[in-house]
Design a protein around this ligand. Structure first.
Ligand code: DGL
Length: 282
């Protein structure tokens, strides 16, 4: 089984990590993993919807052609809340989308006041509004588009300085939307944000529960892999190949060293395949 993870940048590694660290993933029949990053158009959170939807389909189409995965995890809320429909129409392989974890957050909140930190695009999506209408009827939900956190998460993974003030400002801007001051649960509705959990916790003026979709996605992927047999997931058995759309960011990714699981050591991408696109629409 070959699983491909897709994101604009490195945020999808928070989902890769959930799968690789999951205790039940060890017997999983995954022989190969690929990580697709649209580095030439990173970030996605401020792009026009119609253009972005076409772009995502194009990049995933080219990736499917190049690497023939059995399953694609759209490890990006901004992409999933927009393009899951078109992707499923275009391709026969299964897609697992990552969308804001609004249902578990509404269930876990004691105060029934929940915050959502996402990209401005995810905050504005009908898909997000629909999740709130379906699963958080008895909950006050406050949304904040925190584009600046995406860059901070990239900085952290790439070993650059992280600006704690930017993180504190974003969290406090979300908390300020709640006049009752009882918000107790925050959905990390961008795959980059779980990578900043320690910094967000340090920025919180009181204890907050952070909720994301990572574990649920890992479980869904494991269900879809059932029946496939191979060696356990590990840095030795499961090379992670990198697919990018090029540019300076892609060169930084090539040199990246990162930890995925507690027992699985440090990863580097095993190979790098650059897909070329014309960047005419912005
Ligand atoms: N990681 C992405 C998400 O889950 C998007 C970040 C961006 O490109 O703005 O929404």
């Amino acid at each position: 089984m070959h699983i491909a993870f897709f994101d604009s940048g490195l945020g999808g590694l928070s989902i890769v990590r959930e799968l690789f660290e999951h205790p039940q993933a060890q017997g999983l029949g995954v022989t190969q993993c690929s990580y697709i990053a649209d580095t030439a158009q990173f970030p996605y959170g401020d792009k026009d919807d119609a253009w972005l939807s076409d772009r995502i389909v194009q990049v995933i189409a080219a990736s499917i052609n190049a690497i023939k995965p059995d399953l694609v995890v759209v490890a990006c809320n901004t992409a999933s809340t927009l393009a899951l429909g078109p992707l499923r129409e275009h391709f026969a392989i299964p897609f697992v989308g990552v969308v804001p974890a609004i249902k578990p957050a509404a269930q876990q909140s004691q105060s029934h006041v929940v915050g959502i930190l996402a990209t401005p695009a995810t905050v504005a999506r009908d898909y997000t509004a629909q999740l709130i209408a379906n699963y958080a009827q008895d909950t006050s939900v406050h949304l904040y588009g925190a584009a600046a956190l995406v860059a901070q998460a990239e900085n952290k993974l790439l070993g650059n300085a992280v600006d704690q003030h930017t993180i504190t400002r974003a969290l406090h801007a979300l908390l300020a939307l709640d006049a009752t001051q009882t918000l107790d649960t925050v959905v990390l509705a961008c795959t980059h944000f779980p990578l900043l959990r320690e910094e967000l916790t340090a920025a919180a003026p009181y204890p907050i529960q952070w909720v994301d979709s990572g574990e649920a996605i890992a479980r869904r992927v494991m269900q879809l892999c059932e029946g496939a047999k191979a060696a356990p997931l590990s840095s030795v058995n499961t090379p992670l190949q990198l697919i990018t759309t090029g540019g300076e960011l892609a060169e930084h990714y090539e040199r990246l060293r990162f930890k995925i699981g507690p027992q699985q050591g440090t990863y580097t991408f095993a190979s790098h395949n650059v897909l070329a696109f014309s960047d005419s629409c912005k």
